[in-house]
Design a protein around this ligand. Structure first.
Ligand SMILES: NC(=O)C1=CN([C@@H]2O[C@H](COP(=O)(O)OP(=O)(O)OC[C@H]3O[C@@H](n4cnc5c(N)ncnc54)[C@H](O)[C@@H]3O)[C@@H](O)[C@H]2O)C=CC1
Ligand SMILES: O=P(O)(O)OC[C@H]1O[C@](O)(CO)[C@@H](O)[C@@H]1O
Length: 383
């Protein structure tokens, strides 16, 4: 069994690649970072170091590595005989993966087993986004034939893999916790055997609970923490004012999760407590800059703040905790993060109503709009 995995970064090496390797797949990493690919190609193993309770080291061996930018032909060759293709590149990068996959599907014999395609990104239905990007490169006449040569399954991935020390080489430090939920229906009776993953009939509750609890809470910790002058996530949550602000935002998203899905309030409380403990892990060298990265993506319409806040506002529920988190996100000013630089430029150049529309996708007349406009106006005024 062979898996081609796009994105040999933190989640690629420290989670998806590891679980595929443990499941018995021959893993081929594809990445555009030439230095990383050269290092992987030159080495026959790397180690995933867990930190936290029950931590252990796991060694990944037997992989190959391809520079997908420089050696598209070799990549196509690997894809043509692959069983599985996964990604962990970031949702905004999926459109650059699609051209490789459309060619691979064109060249895949019609009688070969379908290629299982799973995007492992922090976004709702990321695999559907990738499928749509692939379909857009084909014609309406051709697409049904290509689509039949693949199984597209959405997934939810959860493991904190922080930025790695400069001298870590290929090794990756990760938390012990992980969860990989994959939707089962697209596979019929033939789901792949990946012991580290669990297959679920309906992914929506899992991905929403994950994105609107883990990711809302983590990003809120980063933004409130940065505003309060902290650089490490664990230090930020040790600050009672930050912890309280994060808790307020999470109480709001938890109410939505419980109202929409089949989780009890007690289950959601326990889930929330667990994730806050994970963020507090002092052995995880995680920073507010990494966790707050790409604030424009995080402030977009269906993401961790605006997504749940909009739904709650539509239900007539106030969302002061989430609005405060958005306010803190607007103050995220990190010169090394291009989205942060763009965010600050947009904030100074646009009127609040225009900013809200362009950045969050919330339209005038939506019940969340007035609250967002006030938060943006306050951030513009430096309040
Ligand atoms: N790090 C974490 O704790 C978690 C990350 N995720 C998600 O996993 C995804 C990846 O995140 P990380 O691994 O942290 O980022 P990362 O920056 O460590 O890795 C991303 C990798 O993708 C590569 N890449 C960029 N463009 C590419 C292209 N066109 N083709 C092939 N490779 C390309 C980069 O060179 C890099 O090696 C994101 O969607 C993130 O939201 C999900 C759960 C946890
Ligand atoms: O790129 P994003 O959306 O910040 O994703 C990385 C985040 O995903 C999460 O892991 C958790 O699974 C966060 O801990 C981490 O900060």
């Amino acid at each position: 069994m062979k898996a081609v995995h796009f994105g040999a970064g933190n989640i690629g090496r420290g989670f998806v690649g590891l679980l595929l390797h443990e499941a018995g797949y021959e893993v081929v990493f594809a990445d555009v970072n030439a230095e990383l690919i050269d290092a992987l190609a030159a080495s026959d193993h790397y180690t995933v170091h867990e930190v936290g309770v029950g931590a252990r080291d796991q060694v990944v061996t037997g992989y190959r590595a391809i520079n997908s930018q420089a050696d598209a032909a070799a990549l196509l060759d690997e894809l043509s005989s692959a069983d599985v293709a996964t990604t962990a590149v970031g949702p905004t990068i999926l459109r650059f993966i699609a051209p490789h996959l459309v060619i691979a599907l064109r060249e895949r014999p019609a009688d070969a087993p379908p290629l299982v395609i799973m995007a492992c990104e922090n976004a709702i239905n990321a695999t559907n986004l990738l499928r749509d990007e692939i379909a857009a490169l084909s014609s309406p006449e051709e697409w049904p034939e290509l689509e039949a040569r693949a199984v597209f399954a959405n997934t939810a991935v959860d493991r904190i893999v922080p930025g790695q020390a400069a001298d870590a080489g290929l090794d990756v430090t990760v938390e012990t916790f992980f969860e990989w939920a994959i939707e089962r229906p697209p596979f019929g009776n033939a789901a792949p055997d990946i012991p580290g993953a669990h297959f679920v009939d309906d992914l929506a509750p899992y991905i929403e609970r994950k994105l609107f609890t883990v990711n809302t809470g983590h990003a809120a910790t980063a933004y409130f923490g940065a505003t309060a002058g902290h650089s490490r996530i664990s230090d930020a949550l040790g600050d009672p004012a930050v912890a309280e602000a994060v808790e307020r935002a999470l109480e709001e998203t938890s109410a939505l999760i419980v109202a929409k899905h089949d989780f009890t309030a007690e289950e959601q409380d326990a889930y929330r407590a667990t994730i806050l403990e994970r963020f507090r892990n002092p052995e995880l060298p995680d920073t507010v800059e990494r966790v707050g990265r790409q604030p424009l993506r995080k402030l977009s319409r269906h993401e961790r703040f605006i997504g749940p806040a909009a739904e709650l506002a539509e239900l007539g529920r106030p969302v002061p905790g989430l609005l405060a988190a958005v306010g803190a996100a607007l103050r995220f000013d990190v010169a090394a993060d291009p989205e942060s630089v763009e965010l600050q430029a947009l904030l100074s150049s646009r009127e609040p109503e225009v900013f809200v529309h362009d950045v969050t996708g919330i339209e005038p007349g939506h019940p969340l709009e007035p609250g967002l406009v006030s938060v943006v106006a306050a951030a513009k005024g430096g309040a």
